[in-house]
Write a new protein. Structure first.
Length: 97
């Protein structure tokens, strides 16, 4: 369960969630309100963006930084993916990573 107790703050995996596990929790709130996508434990990305804007987050800058991180991550592994692709070519364009 999520916690901000001091003894849990050092656990870098504590914030990770899994919907299939959380939906079994006794305090789980399922959103069955089609027009309220910010209700319950599972929000839409648009609801999250609205909330972040409401609390003062520059959402466009946030997504630009996330996209930049993704591109840089993929660029950093491109040489090894390309090498492994060449090594594992089976029928001209099929490969296994």
């Amino acid at each position: 369960a999520y916690s901000t107790e001091p003894e849990h703050l050092g656990d870098k995996y504590r914030h990770l969630t899994n919907y299939s596990i959380n939906k079994k929790a006794e305090n789980f709130i399922e959103n069955q309100r089609v027009h309220e996508d910010n209700y319950g434990h599972k929000w839409s990305l648009s609801a999250l963006s609205r909330h972040l804007r409401h609390v003062g987050t520059d959402v466009d800058l946030m997504w630009n930084r996330i996209n930049d991180l993704i591109v840089k991550t993929l660029l950093s592994v491109e040489p090894s993916i390309a090498r492994r692709t060449r090594e594992n070519l089976v029928h001209g364009n099929c490969f296994e990573l």
